[in-house]
Design a binder for this molecule. Structure first.
Ligand SMILES: [Zn+2]
Length: 213
């Protein structure tokens, strides 16, 4: 089986798995993979991640120009911003996952690091999570704001919208966005309670070990 065929099947499998577990809904969310020749596969516009067809994914050439498949998503630029700044990125996942979106709407979070280091796995898989200010859908300023952060962060949270997460592979991007969503859920569960996150020293030691900003 070719690399592209495998990637097409993997995108559909991961999309269905996330959809079935309620991590995305309706036609929200999108997944992309960068192939070794530099071309891209991405979930199309208006597609439910729960019912993707491997043969209908949108493909783009290495310059991000539409090549084939169903019409591309209007959110493709979020993915290309990540790939453009992160040479190691092999996949990007963007979701409107409920708890992550809820955290992106809170008034009192630190925009440079939205979630505290509640667990070691959050620090190892996500690192520091910056909040990208709100821009209306399609605003070119959103691409600029994501691009400005993507060099230092493989995961960002769009205010009043949701997370965009890159990974060296599709599995790594999936695991990171799921860790982010679960940590957002924990954070919301614990908001009324005094908490004891990892200390700054404990979190820094993990970030150094895993080369995270
Ligand atoms: Zn979105």
């Amino acid at each position: 089986m070719s690399e592209e065929t495998k990637a097409r099947e993997a995108i559909c499998r991961v999309g269905a798995s996330m959809f079935q577990r309620g991590l995305t809904f309706g036609s929200t969310g999108n997944i992309s993979v960068r192939l070794t020749d530099g071309a891209y596969l991405m979930t199309p516009t208006n597609a439910s991640l729960g019912e993707l067809d491997p043969g209908r994914l949108t493909s783009y050439d290495a310059q991000g120009r539409y090549r084939a498949g169903d019409p591309g998503t209007k959110e493709a630029f979020l993915h290309f911003c990540m790939y453009g700044r992160r040479r190691d990125a092999g996949a990007v996942v963007h979701l409107h996952a409920t708890h992550s979106v809820a955290v992106s709407i809170l008034a009192d979070v630190d925009p440079e690091d939205v979630l505290p280091p509640l667990t070691a796995y959050f620090v190892m898989r996500v690192g520091r999570l910056p909040l990208v200010p709100y821009f209306p859908p399609g605003d070119a300023a959103l691409a600029e704001a994501v691009g400005a952060l993507a060099g230092r962060h493989h995961a960002v949270l769009l205010a009043n919208h949701g997370p965009v997460v890159a990974g060296s592979s599709l599995a790594n991007a999936q695991f990171a966005v799921e860790e982010l969503e679960e940590t957002a859920k924990l954070f919301l569960m614990l908001r009324a309670t005094p908490i004891r996150p990892l200390t700054p020293e404990q979190a820094d030691a993990l970030r150094r070990q895993y080369n995270l900003y």
